[in-house]
Design a protein around this ligand. Structure first.
Ligand code: NAP
Length: 276
């Protein structure tokens, strides 16, 4: 078994994830895994970084596929006995002009952004070693969507005692409410992406709380963040930040020094803790 520290970035064949891998290759003292759901897109991305003289490794990972997540888990367990840095970056967004029915957009978006990210965490968080760092890439869209939720939903999403099961129930209810055409009546905002990222931010708050309760001597720091508005296939060419600039806050959180006792359980933007 290797004792080299290991970092994994989900959805890193392009965009912000690719830039996070590039920065970690420069700064992380260990093995860095670029992962992609499509192995050929992944290998092509690996080749690009190798051409820059960087040393990077590849593993397949489709966060929508439980078997793929388990394969990565088993690989990390066997080769490294765990992992040190996990960046949950993989995500999707329908384009503004997409004509797919809202209920379809809700189901598909939540499936990857919330349920997929949660499934990765369920399998990989128990493997995270002492002094490990976990970064869940959320979005400012989560805060904006929160502000458009009913008062009752806002209270639940801001609660310091909400459980993961309760959050899953709420995310499931959102999808069901869109199918029944009652989501607005039920207090939800009109944004599937925004609700999926509320899920990611609140999940991060819950996970951090659990780590503090159950593994408090392990000094693991886990946060959600927004990378900013970044020029990628998702956000388009008009966004002000380059992907490398978008990687800055996630990489800062992934590399918090071992003597840091925070941030933890926070939503961070521009390397600054935001109120939720
Ligand atoms: P992007 O260029 O579209 O890249 C998204 C990445 O996620 C791609 O590598 C994609 O792989 C991967 N992915 C999607 N579904 C996946 C799955 N089921 N399993 C594994 N990988 C999957 O988007 P981006 O702008 O870099 O976004 C990265 C993260 O930042 C997302 O979570 C996004 O919500 C968040 N974010 C972005 C912005 C922005 O302005 N760009 C702002 C706030 C938050 P494929 O190539 O196979 O599709």
């Amino acid at each position: 078994m290797s004792s080299v520290p290991v970092a994994v970035v989900t959805g890193s064949n392009k965009g912000i994830g690719f830039s996070i891998v590039r920065a970690l290759c420069h700064q992380f003292p260990g093995d860095v895994y670029l992962t992609a759901r499509d192995p050929s897109r992944g290998q092509e991305a690996v080749k690009k970084l190798q051409e820059e003289g960087l040393s990077v490794l590849f593993h397949q990972l489709d966060i929508d596929d439980p078997q793929s997540i388990r394969a990565l888990r088993d690989f990390l367990k066997e080769k490294y006995g765990g992992l040190d840095v996990l960046v949950n970056n993989a995500g999707i967004a329908f384009k503004m002009h997409d004509t797919a029915p809202f209920a379809v957009q809700a189901e598909v978006t939540l499936k990857t952004n919330f349920f997929g990210t949660r499934n990765v965490c369920t399998e990989l968080l128990p493997l995270v070693k002492p002094y490990g760092r976990v970064v869940n890439v959320s979005s400012m869209a989560s805060g904006l969507a929160l502000g458009k939720c009913s008062r009752e939903l806002q209270q639940k999403f801001r609660s310091n005692t909400i459980t993961e099961d309760e959050l899953v129930e709420l995310m499931t209810k959102f999808v069901e409410d869109t199918k029944k055409g009652v989501h607005e009546k039920e207090g939800w905002p009109n944004t599937a992406y925004g609700v999926s990222k509320i899920g990611v931010t609140v999940l991060s708050r819950i996970q951090a709380r659990m780590l503090s309760e159950k593994r408090k001597d392990d000094h693991i720091l886990l946060n959600a963040c927004c990378p900013g508005w970044v020029r990628t296939d998702m956000a388009g060419p008009k966004a002000p930040k380059s992907p490398d600039e978008g990687a800055e806050t996630p990489v800062y959180l992934a590399l918090l020094p071992s003597n840091a006792d925070g941030p933890h359980g926070q939503f961070v933007s521009e390397k600054t803790v935001q109120t939720w």
